[in-house]
Design a protein around this ligand. Structure first.
Ligand code: PLP
Length: 382
């Protein structure tokens, strides 16, 4: 076996952890409060609500159940339709299906990769109950347009903010832009608790319903009396301890990520790869550094490029999400798109996520850009 020529494997995402996370988790362990009651849970929920400029935050087990629980708490279920973007992580779709409702897949925009509001109005049917805009890769969706359409049609707006902690839209943080929002704190997200999630809202009654359902729907007045069928969707105090440290360190985490994206923009100047879109009014965060290869790149060329980066150069990359409409359980969903080949499909075929860990050095980014330039030159010659 020949030894690789690279010395350091550059993974797509590693959590940004410090001694503070270590200290808080140890504190939780030593306190004995390791399950879903404890001081860190309360503190995390309060800090996170404040972070999102929302009145309430309810911590849950992960982002997928946050989406599911928000739909169920709103009473959305069998016979109802929910509009979601075609380009998203599968959890947006599976949460709708778990609720017993039917996803309707709305195409995304080429300029921000998020749900296209121009396609939303026509996608609404008498059965439509909710819209879930996704702030993909940290870029806020066009919430003003989406909220306007929702208001005119009496629809519930649930932000899927799993990839956009701390992003703002016209100066307001995501998590406060709809009727409710779902967040994920999975290990590769901007703020992590290992596994975890949260629902934010300004509606006290809705927050109380979410709290009730996430803990077995047990009556507040009478222990072990359950007027509804609930769930165990609780987060643990151990996870919340990690989350408290992450929120305290958010500005630091965000600054490192912004610096990383800037290094990429600088190193890749002149390359025919467009990186994370920049909103006209700012406010995006960088979850993963994501790039679009030139329009002429075929699916096979992208797969070859990704394979060689990994095997020859130790550079880990990921393709964009496969559009939901290209996954068997969602292939027959009703769809709203302009042309036969959707924008989602085009982006999905030539998009790649690049190493995005805060531990990367500028010289790593320069090396990645050089390898990409060589690869693209080879593709152009072929
Ligand atoms: C990560 C993610 C989720 C799901 O979160 P989990 O915590 O992994 O369940 C949902 N939606 C989007 C857009 C995501 O990126």
């Amino acid at each position: 076996m020949t030894s690789p020529i690279y010395t350091k494997f550059l993974s797509v995402a590693e959590p940004d952890l410090s001694e503070l996370e270590e200290r808080y988790v140890l504190e939780a362990v030593r306190s004995g409060w390791i399950s879903s009651i404890g001081a860190f849970i309360d503190r995390f929920e309060q800090s996170f609500a404040k972070f999102c400029d929302a009145k309430h935050a309810v911590a849950v087990a992960n982002g997928t159940v946050a989406l599911h629980l928000a739909l169920v708490a709103k009473g959305i279920g069998p016979g109802d339709e929910v509009l979601i973007p075609d380009l998203t992580f599968v959890a947006t779709g599976s949460a709708v299906r778990h609720a017993g409702a039917e996803p309707v897949l709305v195409d995304v925009r080429p300029d921000d990769w998020c749900m296209d509001p121009d396609l939303v109005e026509n996608a609404i049917s008498p059965r439509t109950k909710a819209i879930i805009p996704v702030h993909l890769f940290g870029h806020p969706a066009r919430m003003n347009e989406i909220r306007g359409i929702a208001q005119r049609n009496g629809l519930f707006v649930l932000e899927d903010a799993a990839e956009a902690h701390g992003a703002t839209y016209h100066g307001k943080p995501v998590g406060s832009l709809g009727d409710a929002a779902a967040f994920s704190f999975y290990g590769n997200k901007l703020v992590t608790t290992g596994e975890g999630g949260a629902i934010t809202t300004n509606d006290a009654e809705f927050a109380a319903r979410v709290r009730f359902l996430k803990d077995h729907a047990m009556s507040k007045e009478r222990r072990y009396y359950h007027p509804d069928v609930g769930y165990n969707y609780r987060m643990t105090n151990l996870q919340a301890a990690l989350g408290c440290a992450q929120l305290e360190r958010y500005e630091q985490i965000r600054r490192s990520k912004d610096r990383l994206l800037n290094w990429y923009r600088e190193a890749m100047q002149g390359l025919p790869i467009s990186l994370n879109p920049i909103p006209p009014n700012g406010g995006a965060v960088c979850w993963l550094v994501a790039g679009l290869l030139p329009e002429t790149t075929t699916y096979a060329q992208r797969e070859g490029l990704m394979h060689r980066l990994r095997s020859q150069h130790g550079i880990d990359t990921r393709p964009f999400f496969v559009p939901l409409s290209k996954n068997p359980p969602y292939a027959n969903c009703r769809r709203a798109q302009e042309s036969r080949k959707s924008v989602a499909e085009d982006l999905a075929e030539r998009g790649i996520c690049l190493p995005s860990s805060n531990s990367l050095a500028q010289e790593d980014v320069v090396r990645i850009a050089k390898c990409l330039a060589d690869e693209l030159a080879a593709i152009a010659r072929a």
